[in-house]
Write a protein that binds this ligand. Structure first.
Ligand code: DX5
Ligand code: ZN
Length: 221
């Protein structure tokens, strides 16, 4: 049986000067996780936040902090993010030559490991570590910026991941980028069960309506 779909608003599109209120608003609107986009200006052409912001968020929310590391050589920072309070730490396979070892070091901190795939990266790249992770993040845009257009072919990877995961129905498949009421159904039909949404949530004043519109669009899938 399919689990219910998790909503993970990305604070990338929130007002960074009012993060606590922004998180509070999506919590009241029914968010399940808070998605935190970490960018280093190397792996992606944009710079965002680091462990101190995760530590501050930890103090103002009980929701799981879903930390998406879009950084080169993420091994250097895994412990810092875990200590700051990340519940989930997801690394990009393109940034990890020793992916299995990186996954083990995330697990050693107590955080739940995830692996992310850029749009051009084949799903085969995570096939042999699927049993070691809790989540696969399928990028549905090229990472780096909020507000980009959803790339439809990316979700074709999801049925393959599900097939390879076999009876592991606890494996989350998360989609990230361009998710809104018109694209979410495509991702959920393909088998996604965590929806990251930045601009479609924080770009609207009524957060309850923003999340509600996405949930309504997938209600009968
Ligand atoms: C993109 C980030 C996303 C981003 C999504 O690199 O990983 O989490 O915030 O933003 P939207 O939903 O606006 O595409
Ligand atoms: Zn993200």
């Amino acid at each position: 049986m399919r689990r219910s779909v998790m909503m993970a608003p990305s604070i990338l599109s929130a007002d960074f000067a009012r993060l606590a209120e922004e998180v509070e608003s999506v919590t009241r609107a029914g968010a399940n996780w808070i998605h935190v986009d970490v960018m280093d200006g190397q792996f992606v052409p944009n710079i965002t936040i680091g462990p101190p912001v995760v530590a501050s968020l930890r103090r103002v929310t009980d929701l799981p902090l879903d930390v998406h590391l879009m950084i080169a050589n993420p091994d250097r920072y895994i412990e810092d993010f875990a200590r700051a309070g990340a519940d989930r730490i997801t690394v990009h396979v393109e940034a990890c030559p020793h992916l299995h070892r990186t996954i083990q070091s995330i697990r050693a901190t107590g955080a739940k490991p995830g692996v992310a795939l850029n749009p051009a990266t084949p799903p085969e790249m995570v096939r042999w570590v699927l049993e070691d992770v809790e989540l696969v993040l399928v990028m549905t845009v090229n990472p780096g910026f909020g507000g980009q257009a959803f790339l439809p072919r990316t979700v074709e990877k999801i049925p393959l991941l599900r097939e390879w995961a076999g009876d592991r129905d606890d494996l989350y498949v998360e989609v990230d980028g361009g998710i809104d009421p018109s694209t979410a159904p495509k991702a959920v039909k393909a088998g996604a069960d965590v929806l990251v949404a930045g601009s479609a949530v924080f770009g609207r004043a009524d957060r309850k309506k923003a999340l509600g519109d996405i949930l309504e669009a997938i209600a009968h899938i």
